[in-house]
Design a protein around this ligand. Structure first.
Ligand SMILES: *Cc1c(COP(=O)(O)O)cnc(C)c1O
Length: 481
């Protein structure tokens, strides 16, 4: 396509755009988006090398005059967006893959262009109910009772913070500094960060060792609780992981729930990665016990393939969430009191918030849960398939078999140990990624550095796993020598 000359400065334009302009803006964006999405799998997996240079090009003072839209779109798709990790690519098997369902982008366009306020029921009862539907669907999916409630958040981190503040409010006196939170040594750092934000001292976050399959050790948890009580501290909450980010391990949620009940603790489950596998039969079996949680965090921007910025908190008793967060103000309308209605601003820290409900509701309504279940089942199959293939590869040592769609592995050449082994595996990982067809990341476990492989994008299918295996085999071969 020839580069048409576009003027540098746009003629002045009213903020209320003429309808023809609205249409052409969306059309131009659409043309670039479709081209982008259609070529995702042939784009490089990571192109962030020139990041510093790009920053210098982009940095500028607030412009006094406007720039033509076309020029800006060209800048975005030509220079800014390509300089990134291709986290929407089918080859992205790093961290916990995101999604980016196009439906959600359309829902956001509708939500943003109509700009309704969904913090309070009375401002947009229908839109609030659509978000509430999504909350009810997720609660039912996890087996939580009818009393459950919750809200969509920007992500798992804010959802976790909201959960821990609720637990603190329910279980501890106003002077809560003696409260102790129990997590496993495999817990996501978002939990630690949330606990610190919620006002707990680092030494009140008790890190309990995990077993050889990376599941929280219940015997050590019980001992830690007893020791803390004996020391005059106040155990109040235990966090179970429904899929750790390190190895994909799922704690024994049923046993944790029983222990939490026995000890009078709040039982929080971090299902940010694994939660939506509850849609599948295998996932439901792996997550058994999650239905007994006091609070659960799930991340639709992971397991439901939505764009970043979509998290969710579910609390067993909605009124507890409300008790911890509702604050009255004389300039706000009267709050809803009946169970049929909800003011989301009373359930979390945000007053104004984006209309997140639509971006979850639209794809679920368009496809039905069955499509998502099948896609998640496919991810379970793909992870099992990749694990099987790697376990047969000479020189490779695989970690725990995947409970969900994530596992670790590493190169294990004869006679190589410790730091030298870690260095070897870091080099291997980097060489695989240099091929630009897949992106993997690593993590350090008690036994050293491991490569991870996590399948969660709706775009990742068998052919992409074969591609990943091809690149892994080639580099394993090269690095064994
Ligand atoms: C992603 C993740 C989080 C944090 O959630 P964000 O949405 O990134 O804020 C917490 N726990 C686990 C297990 C995760 O995978």
């Amino acid at each position: 396509m020839g580069r048409r000359k576009i003027p540098r400065v746009a003629p002045p334009m009213p903020l209320e755009l003429p309808s023809a302009t609205m249409r052409s803006m969306v059309e131009l964006a659409m043309e670039r988006i479709v081209r982008h999405v259609e070529t995702l799998s042939s784009q490089p997996m990571h192109a962030v090398a020139g990041g510093k240079k790009l920053v210098r090009v982009l940095r500028e003072p607030m412009p006094e005059l406007g720039t033509p839209y076309e020029r800006l779109v060209r800048l975005l798709f030509g220079r800014v967006i390509p300089a990134s990790m291709n986290s929407a690519s089918p080859g992205y098997l790093a961290y916990v893959p995101g999604g980016g369902l196009f439906h959600a982008a359309v829902a956001d366009l509708i939500a943003d262009a109509t700009n309704r306020y969904v913090g309070m029921w009375q401002a947009a009862p229908g839109l609030v109910q659509l978000e509430q539907n999504v909350i009810d669907w997720f609660a039912a999916m996890l087996g939580l009772p009818k009393t459950a409630g919750g809200l969509l958040t920007s992500g798992g981190s804010i959802a976790t913070l909201t959960a821990l503040v609720t637990a603190r409010h329910e279980k501890l006196p106003p002077e809560f500094q003696r409260g102790v939170l129990y997590v496993s040594d495999q817990v996501h750092h978002a939990i630690t960060k949330s606990a610190l934000f919620a006002g707990f001292l680092r030494e009140r976050i008790r890190v309990v060792p995990s077993d050889e399959t990376h599941r929280l050790r219940l015997d050590l948890l019980e001992a830690a609780i007893a020791a803390d009580r004996a020391a005059g501290l106040l155990p109040f909450c235990v966090v179970g992981s429904a899929g750790t980010v390190n190895t994909g391990a799922v704690d024994d949620l049923g046993a944790l729930a029983a222990l939490a009940t026995r000890e009078g603790l709040w039982f929080h489950v971090d299902a940010a990665y694994g939660g939506f596998f509850a849609l599948t039969e295998r996932g439901r079996a792996a997550l058994a016990g999650i239905e007994r949680a006091d609070s659960v965090v799930v991340d639709p921007h992971k397991g439901l393939f939505l764009p970043y910025g979509t998290g969710c908190l579910l609390v067993r008793e909605r009124h507890r969430l409300e008790r911890a967060h509702a604050v009255r103000a004389p300039y706000l309308p009267a709050k809803q009191v009946d169970d049929d209605t909800v003011d989301f601003c009373d359930l979390g820290p945000e007053l104004s918030r984006d209309n997140r409900g639509l971006r979850v509701w639209l794809p679920l309504k368009m496809h039905g849960a069955a499509t998502f279940r099948a896609a998640l089942d496919e991810k379970l199959d793909l992870a099992a398939y990749a694990y099987g293939a790697l376990s047969r590869l000479p020189g490779v040592e695989v970690g725990d078999p995947p409970t969900l769609s994530l596992f670790t592995w590493r190169l294990r050449p004869e006679g190589l140990e410790g730091e030298a082994l870690d260095v070897k595996n870091r080099r291997l990982l980097s060489a695989i990624n240099q091929r630009q067809r897949v992106l993997l990341t690593g993590t350090t476990l008690a036994t050293g550095f491991h490569v991870r492989l996590c399948v969660l994008s709706f775009r990742t299918h068998r052919e992409h796993i074969e591609r990943a295996l091809e690149d892994i085999r080639a580099e394993v071969q090269a690095h064994l020598g």
